[in-house]
Design a protein. Structure first.
Lengths: 115, 110
């Protein structure tokens, strides 16, 4: 049962539109991540956060932005969508701290198509 | 440069076969290695390994870590068509980074 929720599950929009992909988790995790994944391809980290008011860019250059105003919420925004943004976007979270980093919990993803 | 390499990239087997998936890594300040199974949607967690030589087992799946040789294997015995998926390996480090491999696509045919 998912404790990390992404909406919408699927989205088809036209070029130039502004969109926000939502991600919420109920586990109280400090660390949250956004990954981009094309079908059958590897995961690419585009943004991450270690807590409220903390956001960092990941390995893959992205034109998206994120915010972390509340622990449980980590939305991703595209100001002007382009066909090159067509992909699956996966949100994940994990617990902070401890000697061994805890596993990632993933949401079910948002599949975005920009026409 | 930190990296995680999985092999093979893809594998096709018949039901009932046993498969071994490999994950090798080169990272600074290793903390843990994780295996995930990804079908059509989000990856689901399988195992987290932190100590060498201790096998983790769940049903027909098992995994072990070798911190000296910097690799892990994921074994699946008596494969079923439902095992068809991409299997992802990820490594976490002391700097709180998480590195994913490209995954192994396993296809099990009846």
């Amino acid at each position: 049962e998912a404790d990390i929720y992404q909406t919408p599950r699927y989205l088809v929009i036209g070029t130039g539109k502004k969109i926000t992909l939502e991600c919420s988790q109920t586990m109280g995790h400090d660390k949250m991540y956004w990954y981009q994944q094309d079908p059958g391809m590897e995961l690419h980290l585009i943004h991450y956060s270690y807590g409220v008011n903390s956001t960092e860019k990941g390995d893959l250059s992205s034109e998206s932005t994120v915010s972390r105003i509340r622990t449980e919420h980590f939305p991703l925004t595209l100001e002007s969508a382009r066909p090159s943004h067509t992909s699956q976007y996966l949100c994940a979270s994990r617990k902070q701290g401890g000697a061994y980093n805890s596993p990632l919990h993933f949401g079910n993803g948002t599949r975005l198509t920009v026409t | 440069e930190d990296k995680v390499v999985q092999s093979p990239l893809s594998l096709v087997v018949h039901e009932g076969d046993t498969v071994t998936l490999n994950c090798s890594y080169e990272v600074t300040n290793f903390r843990s290695l994780l295996w995930y199974k990804q079908e059509k949607k989000a990856p689901t967690f399988l195992f987290m390994l932190t100590s060498s030589g201790i096998e983790k087992k769940s049903g027909r799946l098992s995994s072990i870590l070798d911190k000296k040789e910097l690799f892990s294997i994921l074994n699946i015995t008596a494969t079923q068509t439902g095992d068809s998926a991409i299997y992802l390996c990820a490594v976490t480090t002391g700097a709180n980074n998480l590195f994913f491999g490209t995954g192994t696509r396993l296809t099990v045919i009846p």
